[in-house]
Design a protein around this ligand. Structure first.
Ligand code: URA
Length: 235
């Protein structure tokens, strides 16, 4: 927690004296409330600060849950293809926003975006074993016994990939949970059993569930509870 006048002065809004008069004049808001006390204490990473209507956007950490549609690559920019960042409204967009981990271009479902590098790093580091749940559909009929071999692990050449849980839902559909999440991992695990994935959707990421009220391509900010549970998952 830091004093409002100190934060604004640090950011070059003005000298400490100039900043204090701006605050006293009612030109500074914190989370949309006018603050006239220069000594007001805030956590700059978790509040929205505006000076004369302009947000000091680069300060705040933001956490977004997107329902990724097929057809968008998980990258921040690309010269030829649409990226998930193209789905972000200009009012929410910021230069340091990036996707946490990666979903293939044709994979749909729960994708997190944030500008909190430290949390993103932990969420994707193998050490923290954050589980990810995927729903999949295959071209071939699934043999339940064969599917369950994923629990023991399959050799993908460069590593042994394991599911921590797997369930057949229908002749050609199922769900599985993995902890690490390497390039094309689910597709490669299923391919190792002779199954071709024709549809893949991430439905859970750690403690978070895909919000089904979000349309494909839609997103929303995480709730306080969701954010707290995410941080708890990597403690
Ligand atoms: N595994 C895959 O094969 N693709 C994804 O998009 C995510 C996990």
């Amino acid at each position: 927690m830091e004093r409002l006048d100190k934060i604004l002065a640090h950011l070059g809004t003005g000298t400490r004296k100039e900043v204090r008069s701006l605050i006293r004049a009612g030109l500074v808001t914190v989370d949309d409330t006018v603050i006239t006390d220069p000594g007001y204490k805030i956590d700059p990473e978790h509040v929205k600060i505006e000076v004369d209507g302009q947000e000091l956007a680069y300060l705040r950490h933001i956490y977004i849950m997107m329902n990724k549609p097929s057809g968008y690559i998980t990258a921040t920019e690309d010269r030829f293809q649409s990226t998930v960042l193209d789905l972000i409204d200009p009012s929410d967009w910021r230069r340091d926003l990036f996707p946490v981990g990666r979903l293939d271009k044709d994979t749909e479902g729960l994708l997190l975006l944030t500008n909190d590098g430290a949390l993103a790093h932990m969420l994707t580091a193998p050490k923290y074993k954050v589980p990810k749940k995927y729903y999949f559909e295959t071209m071939e009929e699934i043999d339940e016994k064969r599917l369950r071999t994923l629990l023991e692990g399959v050799d993908l050449g460069d590593f042994i990939a394991k599911a921590t849980s797997v369930e057949k839902l229908g002749p050609k559909e199922g769900v599985l949970v993995i902890e690490e999440d390497k390039f094309h991992q689910v597709k490669r695990m299923c391919a190792a059993l002779g199954y071709t994935i024709v549809y893949l959707e991430r439905t859970e990421f750690g403690p978070l569930f895909l919000d089904r009220s979000l349309p494909r391509g839609g997103y929303r900010y995480l709730t306080e509870e969701e954010l707290a549970s995410l941080k708890e998952a990597v403690r």
